[in-house]
Design a protein around this ligand. Sequence first.
Ligand code: AMP
Length: 605
Amino acid sequence: MSESASRQALLPGHYPTIVKSREHLGKPPNLLDYEAARAAFRWDWARGLLDGLPGGRGLNIAYEAVDRHAKGPRAERHALRWIGRSGAQRILTYRDLQAETNKFANALLSLGLGEGDAVFVLAGRIPELYIAVLGALKAKCVASPLFSAFGPEPLATRLKLGEGRLLVTTEALYRRKVASIRPQLPKLAHVVLVSEGQQGAQAAGDVPDTLEWHQLMAAQSPDFEIPPTAPEDRALLHFTSGTTGRPKGAIHVHEAVVTHHITGYYALDLHDDDIFWCTADPGWVTGTSYGIIAPLTNGVTNVVVEAEFDAATWYGVLQRERVSVWYTAPTAIRMMMKLGLEALRNFDLSSLRFLASVGEPLNPEAVIWGQQAFGQPFHDNWWQTETGGIMIANYASMDVKPGSMGRPLPGIEAAIVQRNADGSVVEIQEPLVEGELALKAGWPSMMRGYLHEEERYRKSFAGPWYLTGDLAMRDADGYYWFVGRADDVIKSSGHLIGPFEVESALMEHPAVAEAGVIGKPDPVAGEIVKAFVSLNPGFTPSEALRRELLGHARKRLGAVVAPKEIDFSPALPRTRSGKIMRRLLKARELGLPEGDLSTLESNAE
Ligand code: AMP
């Protein structure tokens, strides 16, 4: 499908609305009446659903996620149900999770770490990742999970920028990706290696300048009192990409838990006895806000699956674990659609009662396929790293318009705006007019800054509005429709990729003179990363060089970020100010109109 055709298909009115009826709903949804909930909503009320630290000592994410349940009637409930790649299971009750996270918090203290120190985690979805993030929050460190498929270069950039003091990783990842960059990271005082089994522990114990997780944890007390935590104390650091420059470190504070909790309750409709599965990796914000925090604050059982997508594995998990609420992503849904209904035939998925999706445009066909495959539509919702939690959603009780992201969360004011040349914005009131999606600043999980980048942060706001960088429109019923990005960042399989990071890695190769990177539409991944390169004198385009460049990028950046396609080009189009015109590269690649070329360098000459 061409880009314009796929955009057409997302427009309102192409697919009939899915009307929710009582039998659709089963359990009464937490948000029964959208308008009424919106009218009555107060953030103070949402905050009142949480306990706060005992004795009025503040608000700490990990206390709300773990300790308050561990000391109440949910203590023996499964908090984490982990399913390993080999099928192994590990279950942690809320009480177990409290003890483990306490031990890790004590370990951090024993190493001299505390308030504000950055604790990074680089691991696949293993229990230690969850323990480390929550333990770090208890110790008032700033937790930052990294995506384990990143190559050494994105890792070094983020660890440097975030001034990581301690890294929890696995022995294998350390040897492959971290050991080589460690000399660049003088602030990284401690590396803790998680190893498998006794032999692994011994081997990891032998890696110079590292500690071994099990040994470190064995020495710690399972008791820990969370120190007073102000709601504005820093808690999480998530990296995201822009069009230019280095990645942005979005800072989130403990108060974000108010949004995590209420969105788990309203947008994911979590009920007390739910078994919840979020398929996202905590290396991306969804995997933290909804793969760790929201299900736990809501006291449900959180299923964690280490394996990547494979239909039989995933359907097996849904059936065996009796998953009731499932939060996944469009790329995975499209992969399931490709396999057809036949692949589902032998699975009993009757436990599923609510399906949600996030991270990239969810095509209407995928929403509808949910009904055929699982008896109900996928409920799309929208948010981003900077917003910290779901902002726009299709709620269980609300009619679904396939292709729409839904309506703003109660407590969130959204608008479609037009930027003026002076930096101010005007709201577009008419329905179905395209503009930038903006949110009225001030919700609890709004980022509090981009680390060390005050100016970049400031530029994200105009008056009271936070500008999301997404283009969208609103229909007459108040439903929002995603149109595209206002900038050049790429969404591939749900992962946000900054073209600049990819271009920089390509340009480190001696053959490359300049590089321009775009997102090329792909029927399954949404977009794939495609690079155009021009070569230095002495190098000529060849298949062998293309393969070499693909391999070079893959090694530096990791498979997810590296380009899947590279084209050679004698010269790349640039603006008069010297910026590569990615927009033009993309238009040419897709055979679309080239648009305004007045700033093109060659036109200026
Ligand atoms: P990230 O910060 O990595 O979570 O990426 C956020 C970006 O993903 C948003 O700004 C959108 O461009 C895109 N995105 C997230 N959710 C949706 C959605 N439901 N529909 C379309 N795009 C989405």
